[in-house]
Design a protein around this ligand. Structure first.
Ligand code: BES
Ligand code: ZN
Length: 443
């Protein structure tokens, strides 16, 4: 195994699950491993404590006249459940079929370490970098980066830079270099519906008092109209229409046709807002998703019960220029208004993130495209992303700098799911990409 893969395996062995307080020490140990790795490369490092998980910073010696490039990544990972569906243990990385299998392999340790190892290689080959570099790594991305925003505000001057690069997004298909110039935003919320003060016999009381599980089903159903448009009043008010050039460009992009969607997802048919292709629905249109729904008896056989309460968790993916707080208010109003009689509803608004869009043809955007072309041998496709990385718009607001999103995550990499994997080829491509990127940015 190469030294680079050995490093990745060491990095992947930390179960740095940010949402689970039982893993807080693992997250911390992972941050310390990073500090050691970066120190070993001759960079100046800082570990910043936060109320939760540490932030890691590293820099080379900055020189006047050189461009400053900030590279962001996250070393925390998602939980692994259902763990029984993994073909190999999530924190014991393995290579099979030219892929690295482990939680975090793609999201985001593999992509992030590729940047680190690209820098290491350039330093070994040239003794210096063509740019002033700032590495900014957090351990809280998967829980909405609660401590990075205050950190950015506090260290605004120290983080001053000309460009930001992030590899934490997708590549539309293997061998198709991809640059993202947009992300969807997000608003999360939860509803708790309560009826009788305790579970009731569904024969003795059913029909005379309202059923909270039925009420949750009604609320879920009220979010969309019959043909899939979101039925929340004012939801689309601030949605920026798709540009013609984007629609034409996206129609040519491989890997996102209706046929690809069926193949990748295993769904029996595609679904969504009328008048839009799958790519448009994913990258430029907002959604209302139910992430979980529960209430009543879930065990074997039947149980004649009228449950006292029921719940659902929602997330809304947002596009420019929707505002997550405004959407949260509209959702809350909608759910309260559509609550059927006989139950009470409590809406708890969760974390959120703003949508992001930038110009892929800016000077830095062109450098990003050139780097992808040099590293992967063909011109990149330009997409917006369906996923969210809220800190990208926060960095735009606070540091006033746009991000180049140079994604290496393939459609079948299973991020957030069992059997997450990362192509060895993309890991190696990511290392090359970092090397040429710094050269292109320095021009
Ligand atoms: N790396 C992903 C986001 C992503 C994946 C963007 C693939 C584009 C393509 C990131 O780690 C993530 O999962 N973000 C969360 C954000 C949420 C927890 C605020 C998401 O999108 O659900
Ligand atoms: Zn990620």
């Amino acid at each position: 195994m190469t030294k680079q893969l050995e490093d990745l395996f060491s990095f992947l062995r930390f179960p740095s699950i940010s949402t689970d307080s039982e893993h807080a020490d693992d997250v911390r140990n992972c941050a310390h491993w990073l500090i050691e790795k970066l120190n070993g490369m001759g960079l100046d490092t800082e570990l910043h404590e936060t109320p939760k998980h540490p932030i890691v910073i590293a820099r080379n010696k900055h020189e006047e006249g050189k461009k400053t490039c900030l590279i962001y990544g996250h070393y925390d990972v998602q939980p692994v459940d259902p763990v029984e569906l993994w073909d190999s243990p999530p924190f014991e990385p393995e290579i099979r079929d030219n892929k690295i299998w482990a939680r975090g392999a793609t999201d985001n340790k593999g992509q992030m370490l590729a940047h680190i190892l690209g820098v290491e290689k350039t330093l070994q080959e040239n003794g210096e970098l063509p740019v002033n570099l700032i590495f900014l790594f957090e351990g809280e991305e998967e829980i909405g980066s609660p401590n990075l925003v205050p950190f950015l505000k506090q260290h605004k001057d120290a983080l001053k830079c000309d460009v930001i690069a992030v590899s934490d997004t997708g590549m539309v298909a293997q061998g198709v270099p991809t640059m993202g110039y947009g992300l969807r935003g997000i608003t999360c919320c939860e509803v708790l519906v309560k009826g009788p003060s305790g579970d009731l016999h569904s024969g003795v009381y059913g029909g005379a008092v309202a059923n909270p599980a039925s009420a949750v089903a009604q609320l879920v159903a009220s979010l969309h109209d019959a043909d899939g448009k979101i039925a929340i009043e004012g939801f689309y008010d601030d949605v920026r229409p798709l540009e013609t050039w984007e629609r034409e460009m996206w129609a040519q992009i491989p890997g996102v046709s209706e046929k690809d969607m069926l193949e990748i997802t295993g769904s029996p048919s595609t679904f969504g807002e009328p008048g839009y292709s799958s790519a448009e629905r994913l990258w430029a249109r907002p959604t209302a998703e139910v992430n979980g729904i529960g209430g009543g008896y879930q065990g074997e056989g039947s149980k004649t019960v009228l449950p006292a309460e029921a719940m659902a968790k929602f997330s809304f993916r947002l596009v420019p220029d929707q505002d997550p707080k405004d959407i949260a208010n509209k959702v809350k109003t909608h759910l309260e208004k559509h609550t059927p009689p006989g139950v009470t509803v409590e809406v708890v608004v969760g974390h959120d993130g703003k949508p992001y869009i930038c110009d892929p043809h800016s000077e830095n955007g062109k450098a990003g495209q050139a780097a992808l072309e040099k590293a992967f041998g063909k011109a990149p496709v330009l997409i917006r992303e369906g996923g969210s990385i809220p800190i990208i718009q926060d960095m735009k607001d606070i540091l006033e700098v746009d991000s180049l999103m140079l994604g290496l995550a393939l459609p079948d990499c299973q991020i957030h799911a069992p059997n997450e994997n990362f192509y060895v080829e993309n890991f190696e491509g990511g290392i090359r990409l970092n090397q040429v990127l710094l050269q292109e940015l320095a021009k």
